[in-house]
Design a protein around this ligand. Structure first.
Ligand code: 6PG
Length: 250
């Protein structure tokens, strides 16, 4: 696999086209691997339409559910029944209907102390290493087939916030974040840039006018976490017209 600093920006008309394009890429990525597949999901509101689409008959029958394992790139440390819980949102939207329970790999927020994100992060890192079958990431064998990402108003991605030490972490695969930079201000666990990069494809979903200001800064090259997140394979930003800065609209 050849690593690349390049990223590809694909523009689409609206949120519905964005979810459809993301679903097609996810399904295509799954189809390229006839062994065990690992997808790293993301939280926030951006991926919800994609998740709901995956549960529809049209998509559902095209996915080899038994072979696909679902992880999460970051989690808010709230109980699983809290509406803010990222993996629970994905479970409700599609995993509960479609995926074998054993193939869903949440970050622990029930057994772990909700105020101890480092403990949850260590547990998740251990689980990822067991799944991967090694404690060191081998560029020839990416951890994930696909990593989904979103972008926050401050340029964060996953729970990697600007200026926080987590963004510089190179030894660990997952770390605790005691307090988020944006709402909800709860402790988080996030995968690190290094772990997230170990994938064949990293796919960002960026939609709606509320993203236009941060996208303008990112496209101008500001040194923000979302600009530092790269796949060792392909990095793709899916952007709808409403999120695009004026100069980029066509
Ligand atoms: C989280 C996230 C986070 C999210 C962005 C975008 O737990 O908050 O995983 O990185 O992807 O903040 O959030 P929205 O999709 O809600 O705009």
């Amino acid at each position: 696999m050849t690593g690349s600093d390049e990223r590809k920006i694909i523009t689409v008309a609206d949120p519905a086209a964005l979810a459809e394009t993301a679903a097609e890429r996810l399904i295509a990525r799954i189809a390229r691997n006839d062994a065990r597949i690992a997808i790293c999901l993301t939280g926030g509101s951006s991926p919800k339409a994609l998740y709901q689409l995956l549960a529809t008959d049209a998509c559902r029958r095209r996915i080899a559910w038994d072979r696909v394992h679902w992880f999460i790139g970051d989690e808010r440390l709230v109980p699983p029944d809290d509406p803010l819980h990222n993996m629970s949102m994905a479970r409700r939207a599609f995993l509960n209907q479609c995926a074998p329970v054993a193939n869903v790999h949440p970050i622990a927020t029930d057994t772990a102390d909700l105020n101890d994100p480092d403990k949850s992060a260590a547990l998740y890192e251990h689980e990822l290493k067991i799944f991967y079958g090694a404690g060191r990431l081998d560029p020839a064998r990416p951890l994930f087939d696909l990593v989904l990402m979103g972008i926050g108003p401050d340029g964060h991605t996953a729970s990697l916030f600007p200026g926080y030490p987590a963004i510089e972490e190179t030894a660990h695969w997952a770390v605790g974040v005691p307090k988020a930079n944006v709402e909800p201000f709860v402790p988080r666990v996030t995968l690190t840039l290094r772990a997230l990069a170990s994938c064949s494809e990293m796919l960002f979903e960026i939609s709606g006018p509320a993203k236009r200001a941060i996208l303008t800064r990112l496209l101008a090259g500001e040194n923000l976490p979302a600009n530092r997140a790269r796949s060792q394979g392909e990095t793709v930003w899916l952007v709808d017209q409403a999120a695009l800065p004026e100069d980029f609209r066509g």
